[in-house]
Design a protein around this ligand. Structure first.
Ligand code: M6R
Length: 366
């Protein structure tokens, strides 16, 4: 059932080229410039005219929501708020009929997310679900939705569900931007073509596995880890840190790289591995200077970079190269080496990778 893999988590990491392709199948047809999400059809008007998009979720799904915030604001120019379901529901939030709420959940059974949906629904908002499990409670409680079609995810640490969620949210943002005219036809078509290449670029990224395994051996006894990224890679930093802490029990924190100087920099010494996501994008130069600051304090640097990068290579202790893509699609690639890193470190520490202590696959208590 693990298809020859030692753990479900590794199998699911390796399934990503296929699960992302499955998620796009029948929806994205770049050659003909077409993108259709069936579940959105009847609600496109509401979506397009929403005053605001509220995204609610927990854990990894909340990280996918953060990526979506960048996507929706960049492509569709609609303000977005991303809310932890557990906070949203308990604070008497301002929600009304003009709000379009997106609930993201792999299992579709997370109690806090379900309760947040019921609350927003009672205030008249339209609720759209992005779920993996067909027929789940959240899928049934929403007005409409698009499934992620990632297939069953058994490992408690979410991997392929995360990239499938981002794939659906990316398609939603592109459709919305195109309909609203905030995304030009030529840019739209160019992005559709780039999106179609993502599964094969994920495949390419997976080839780093043996290299990441070697690096993991060097850091498996670390007591802390810092993950830093900016822009689209900020949520990826949070996700990398969450993956490491939940399966290896190493304390890890994710931060937007620019926030480092407002506190976390005090933690840096030769004992502190810092994972930078430093791909070639708008904030690249800034991230490079953050890397220099960590190096000056003798922190160990593992950097995820764009293929062919030489600047970061000359500074970092280790680099993990991912293929070049559109800035907005980078999370689909940059998260892969971080999933693999946490996997190997957890295995080397003798942890129960698929069923970490104290955790359940779906959290049905509030
Ligand atoms: O099933 P959901 O997506 O609603 O679950 C949300 C979180 O419980 C989940 O993402 C959790 O954080 C994972 N264990 C992360 O790997």
């Amino acid at each position: 059932e693990k298809g020859g893999y030692e753990h479900f988590m590794l199998k699911e990491i390796y399934e990503q080229p296929r699960s992302i392709a499955d998620c796009m199948r029948g929806r994205l047809d770049a050659k003909n410039g077409r993108l259709v999400l069936g579940g959105l059809r009847d609600y496109m008007n509401k979506f397009q005219n929403a005053d605001r998009i509220i995204i609610t979720a927990c854990g990894t799904s909340w990280h996918a929501g953060l990526v979506a915030e960048y996507l929706f604001e960049e492509f569709a120019r609609i303000p977005v708020e991303v809310e932890y379901a557990s906070e949203f529901r308990y604070r008497n939030p301002v929600v009304n009929e003009k709000d379009f709420v997106i609930a993201i959940s792999q299992s579709g059974e997370t109690a806090d997310t379900l309760a947040a949906i019921e609350l927003a629904k009672s205030k008249g908002a339209t609720i759209f679900g992005v779920c993996n499990v067909v027929g789940s409670s959240i899928a049934r409680a929403t007005h409409a939705g698009s499934y992620t079609h990632a297939g069953p995810e058994i490992g408690v640490a979410s991997t392929k569900a995360f990239t499938a969620q981002i794939s659906v949210l990316t398609m939603m943002a592109l459709m919305l931007g195109y309909q609203r005219g905030t995304l030009t036809e030529s840019k739209y078509v160019q992005l559709l073509n780039e999106l179609e290449k993502i599964p094969s670029k994920v495949e390419e990224t997976l080839q780093m596995n043996p290299h990441i395994e070697e690096i993991s051996a060097e850091y498996k006894d670390a007591r802390n880890f810092l993950y830093l990224g900016r822009g689209y890679n900020f949520p990826v930093a949070l996700e990398g840190a969450l993956k490491l802490k939940e399966i290896s029990y190493i304390h890890a924190e994710g931060y937007p790289a620019a926030e480092m100087k407002h506190g976390p920099i005090a933690l840096i010494d030769e004992e502190m591995p810092v994972v930078f996501i430093a791909t070639k994008d708008n904030s690249y130069e800034k991230v490079v200077s953050n890397i220099q600051e960590v190096k000056a304090r003798k922190g160990k640097i593992i950097a995820v970079v764009t293929e062919g990068d030489t600047t970061v290579k000359s500074m970092a202790d280790h680099v993990l190269e991912i293929p070049d893509t559109a800035e907005a699609f980078v999370p689909l690639l940059s998260v892969i080496p971080l999933q693999i890193l946490s996997y190997h470190i957890a295995v080397m520490r003798g942890c129960n990778v698929d069923q970490p202590r104290n955790l359940a696959k779906s959290v049905t208590v509030e």
